[in-house]
Design a protein around this ligand. Structure first.
Ligand code: ATP
Ligand code: MG
Length: 838
């Protein structure tokens, strides 16, 4: 845009000079300094000429690029002035002065051809008018005058052209300095390779006042040239297109490694009109010059002008080449910068993502860099950069003394050792103790210390594991030693003495008890290690946890008279998925503790709360309780609260850790509430983590049937609603049926039953070999009919499906909740043998 504006300004100045020229001359004529030939005609011509000048001054004739306006200007100037000369004073008039104007006008535009044409044109017009006007004078004198004037004009044109050329050179020089300026601007404005390429192209186009251009980048692998950046009409169509190696003008430039200027592309064999067809642009003149980085040609800069525009000159090629050379410096710098930057970013990423904490401190121990892990460990942020490590890191030695007193950094520096390994302690924001393994090294420049590099790793866990390991070994040895000592002692007594029968039996009893204790200990240890390593297989079958608890409670009940067992269980079976034996072990240990740690007796309450999606079980006693300081540790291996009672009771402190591991293996949770002197409650939660519906029959899965029925009964409250409860047992009489075939029959039976139930109020569930049914209705008669119809449908079904044998039990109850019904629920269902429930 700037180019066009400058041209307009230039043109206006030229027109202005032309007007001044003309007006001065006209004034001279008017004041009779110069004789006029025909004043009236002169006035008309004066007006015409003034209009023409005004028109060319104020109307945008400059934008008519397609008109060779310079030639038109010059020709019109010449014609008009010559007419004026003729009409006003003829050949003899001193207005020859005017004639200089078109010549000057053309020359000022560095247009040699135009100025010569103008000079010749003027000479001819003079010749013509001269001959006509000066008929009487001798032809030879006219001719000599004309030759004199014409010659003078031509010499003047040549001279002015020379001046113009020099001016052009000077201007090119100025443009060259402008080039440098632009390049510096480009370098300073961006370091982005892409942006620089675009700036180079854009600046080159503006510099040469061209219509468009392209930067080609060479594909290193194929040698093809890619249209990397394009400016001009419909440039987008060309972006990313490729030219084969060595093809076209740009191919030639890259192969030869030299710049080229082409006046008219369509006359050049190398030029391919293909890309003009894509854009619709008509390429005229081209300047193309290679782009180099480190003497290697990476591509080319091509500047184009429309066919209608004046062709580029070799001076402009020179300018473009200089520009390209300077541009390559900018590109080089960008590449270098990008390489350094990428490397820097990579380093930064490595430091940030390194698994250890990393801190760089300068030689005055101020923080220079902290990676995110170190920030986390030391609870500091990047805002602490620049601060001294003493006030930010707060390092302590393992004994808890401030480390700065005996700072490892000083030690490294004073002893000039390459690196130092040590451990230290810090406290996290929530005052948790963290033990850090540290690796300290330094960066030296000759003997001058530049930076310290501190790599830290949180080793609290491995330290804790180490501690636990040695504690475990000590505990196991101790626990094994106690029964072994007793066994050894009493067996020695038996060997050395000959005790009387009573004592003999007593000794043997003790040996047997201790051996049992040893066996229990070893079994517990084995269980624990298997559980912790995940080697213990936890079966996932449907079990009735209520049964398990009750069975264990009855076992302990038979051994104690001081304790009463209270059950708070739902009336129906509590089915969860789990391992019968392991769950028995859990409740054995818990009830054992409850009995053991309530020596005065009391109630031991066992309760189950069915939340449908999970089951919560509580085991509570009225024993001596656990002091709060022991509570966090009772699930730890070998942990036994330090009280006189506990010490008196035998135990190894493994029971609860086994319980916890088993509960967790069942995806459950265990917690404890306890008050010294009041008692202890263990709370366990087991999820029912299986789907609500059975995948084969698409009916409710059996474990959910009982809680859902229970919910329904409870929701009914005291209302007298009759209901039907029943189960349909089936058996396959044909054993040759495949699993798939059996599933199909099951599905058919489910389909049949589904027709009888209403999905919102009734419940149909499926367990192994059973369908369970619960139907609620206000109308007893309807229920009666329901039972009849269902029974008929079932017998019809077993007739059609000969492979299945059906047994059903459908019972109608007059209302809920009657205590008998609850009893029925618990007896009829809970009382079923285990395998029938499954
Ligand atoms: P064992 O391995 O034979 O079970 P233990 O009973 O001592 O030995 P745990 O069952 O793991 O070990 O219990 C750990 C500690 O927790 C017990 O020593 C006791 O101090 C405390 N504890 C556990 N249950 C109770 C309870 N019901 N009442 C009071 N303290 C309990
Ligand atoms: Mg125990």
């Amino acid at each position: 845009m700037r180019g066009i504006e400058e041209n307009i300004k230039k043109e206006k100045i030229i027109s202005f000079i032309r007007a001044i020229f003309l007006l001065t001359s006209l004034i001279l004529i008017k004041l009779d300094f110069i004789p006029t030939f025909n004043p009236n005609l002169f006035d008309i011509l004066l007006i015409v000429y003034s209009i023409y000048i005004l028109f060319t001054t104020f109307f945008p004739i400059y934008s008519y690029g397609f008109v060779y306006r310079h030639q038109i200007f010059s020709a019109i100037d010449t014609l008009l002035i010559a007419s004026l000369v003729y009409l006003t004073g003829g050949v003899l008039s001193s207005l020859y002065l005017f004639l200089l104007f078109p010549i000057i006008s053309a020359s000022l535009r560095y247009d040699f051809k135009t100025s010569i044409t103008s000079a010749i044109l003027v000479t001819l017009i003079f010749l013509y008018f001269g001959i006509i006007q000066e008929e009487e004078t001798i032809l030879s004198s006219v001719l000599s005058r004309v030759a004199e004037l014409g010659g003078l004009s031509i010499i003047l044109a040549i001279f002015l052209n020379y001046v113009a050329k020099e001016t052009l050179k000077l201007q090119l020089k100025m443009k060259e300095s402008e080039t440098f300026h632009k390049i510096t601007q480009i370098i300073n404005s961006s370091l982005d390779f892409d942006e620089i390429l675009f700036s180079i192209l854009d600046s080159a186009i503006k510099l040469l006042d061209a219509d468009g251009g392209t930067i080609f980048i060479k594909d290193k692998e194929t040698g093809e040239l890619i249209f990397e950046k394009v400016v001009g009409e419909k440039a987008k169509n060309l972006m990313g297109k490729r030219i084969k190696k060595g093809e076209g003008i740009v191919g030639w430039v890259i192969e030869k490694g030299e710049g080229i200027v082409i006046e008219n592309a369509s006359h050049d064999k190398r030029f391919s009109p293909y890309f003009d067809e894509i854009t619709g642009f008509r390429t005229g003149s081209i300047i193309c010059t290679p782009l180099r980085i480190d003497n290697e040609i990476i591509g080319a800069l091509e500047i184009v002008n429309n066919i209608k525009k004046k062709p580029f000159t070799k001076y402009e090629l020179e300018l473009a080449m200089n520009f390209a050379n300077e541009a390559s410096i900018a590109l080089n710098k960008a590449i270098l910068y990008n390489a350094v930057n990428t490397e820097k970013e990579r380093m930064q990423k490595i430091l940030e993502n390194i698994a250890d904490g990393l801190i760089i401190l300068d030689n005055r121990k101020n923080l220079k860099m902290i990676n995110p892990i170190a920030q986390n460990i030391f609870s500091i942020t990047s805002q602490d950069l620049g601060k001294n490590c003493k006030e930010t890191l707060k390092c302590k030695d393992l004994k808890g003394n401030i480390l700065c007193v005996d700072c490892p950094l000083d030690k490294l520096y004073s002893q000039q050792i390459p690196y130092l390994q040590y451990e230290m302690k810090i406290y996290s924001q929530n005052l948790k103790e963290i033990i850090l393994g540290c690796n300290l090294s330094a960066v030296w420049d000759n003997s001058k210390l530049l930076d310290y590099i501190l790599a830290v790793r949180d080793i609290s866990l491995s330290k804790e594991i180490d501690r636990l390991k040695s504690e475990f070994v000590a505990n196991v040895s101790h626990e094994l030693k106690t029964p072994l000592t007793a066994i050894k002692g009493y067996s020695e007594l038996l060997l050395t003495q000959k005790p009387e029968e009573e004592k003999f039996k007593n000794y043997l009893k003790i040996i047997n008890q201790e051996a049992e204790r040893l066996t229990k200990l070893i079994n517990d240890l084995l269980d624990l290690s298997k559980l912790e390593e995940g080697r213990m297989e936890i079966k996932r079958e449907i079990v009735d946890i209520k049964n398990i608890i009750k069975e264990r409670a009855l076992f302990f009940q038979s051994q104690t008279t001081k304790h009463s067992f209270i059950f708070s269980f739902p009336a129906y079976p509590i089915l969860i998925s789990g391992d019968q034996d392991r769950l028995t072990q859990v409740f054995h240990n818990l009830i054992d503790n409850a009995v053991k740690y309530s020596p005065k007796g009391g109630n031991i309450t066992l309760s189950i709360q069915d939340n449908i999606k999970s089951v919560i079980i509580e085991v509570s006693d009225q024993g001596e309780g656990i002091a709060p300081e022991h509570l966090p540790y009772i699930f730890d291996r070998f942990y036994r609260a330090d009280s006189s009672l506990i010490k008196r009771k035998s135990g190894t402190g493994l029971g609860l850790s086994i319980v916890k591991s088993i509960v967790e293996a069942h995806k459950g949770k265990i917690s404890v509430n306890s008050k010294v002197g009041e008692g202890t409650t263990f709370i366990l939660e087991f999820p029912r983590d299986f789907p609500l519906t059975d995948p084969i029959t698409k009916t409710i899965f059996l474990p959910y049937f009982f809680p859902l029925v229970w919910q329904s009964i409870n929701n009914a409250g005291e209302k007298e609603i009759p209901f039907v409860l029943g189960y349909i047992e089936y058996e396959f009489s044909d054993n040759s049926l495949s699993l798939r075939e059996k599933d199909i029959v099951r599905q058919k039976l489910a389909q049949l039953l589904k027709r009888f139930i209403r999905p919102t109020t009734d419940i149909l569930a499926h367990g192994l070999g059973h369908f369970y049914l619960f139907v609620l209705d206000f109308d007893p008669l309807k229920l009666q009919i329901f039972i009849q119809r269902l029974s008929q449908a079932l017998s019809a079904f077993s007739k059609i499906e000969s492979s299945i044998r059906l047994k059903n039990r459908l019972l109608q109850f007059p209302s809920i909740p009657l205590p008998e019904i609850k009893a029925f629920l618990s007896q009829s269902f809970y009382g079923l043998p285990q395998e029938e429930i499954l």
